[in-house]
Design a protein around this ligand. Structure first.
Ligand code: FE
Length: 200
């Protein structure tokens, strides 16, 4: 089994102008595609090709030592990007409701305080990485960030929502202005997807 680049769950221009078609052409069609190609180059013809993607991430240190690092990096970037595309949708949907909204209020006070926490974590994350809302092993939720290809699964936390803060996610549309990208991000979050992750 080889890993495949998932189609975007919306048209290439569906997030414009907040995230342009040009950004998605490069981010999905070049960056994400390259991670998939490199991952397949590492696993094809080996027993690793039978592993589910999340196991390639969580158990990368069980692979042969000489490929552990590139295996983790390319598998996690494939997983992270596949998840990120689903976290977004065109402007206009609902915000969080039901048990997810209650959990956000319980953990952060209210929705605006959650947005501020997630935004600060993502904007202030040094260098390349990812901002996350996660569900922890005890069922509580929290905000965190990971460096480079990192994914909270390796810390036993379940991803609910992510924001890609690598420069390639925003440089075409916002140049170096990561805070402006985060401001737009909130208009694009697919809260139905986040709620489904929370209730799973
Ligand atoms: Fe990215």
């Amino acid at each position: 089994m080889t890993q495949t680049l998932p189609d975007l769950p919306y048209a290439i221009d569906a997030l414009a102008p907040l995230i342009s078609a040009e950004t998605l052409e490069y981010h999905h069609g070049k960056h994400h595609a390259t991670y998939v190609t490199k991952l397949n180059g590492l696993i094809e013809g080996t027993s690793l090709a039978d592993w589910p993607l999340d196991e390639l991430v969580v158990k990368a240190n069980e692979a042969p030592a000489e490929i552990r690092k590139p295996l983790f990096n390319n598998a996690a970037q494939h997983l992270n990007h596949s998840f990120y595309w689903q976290c977004l949708r065109p402007v206009g949907g609902d915000g969080p409701t039901g048990s997810l909204a209650a959990a956000i209020d319980g953990a952060f006070g209210d929705f605006d305080a959650f947005k501020e926490s997630f935004t600060n974590e993502s904007v202030n994350h040094f260098g390349s990485g990812w901002g996350w809302l996660v569900k922890k092993a005890d069922g509580s939720i929290g905000v965190t960030s990971t460096h480079d290809a990192g994914n909270p699964l390796t810390d036993g936390e379940t991803p609910l929502l992510t924001c890609d803060v690598w420069e390639h996610a925003y440089y075409i549309d916002y140049r170096n202005a990561r805070p402006k990208y985060l401001a737009s991000y909130w208009d694009l979050v697919n809260w139905e997807f986040v709620a489904a992750n929370f209730e799973a």
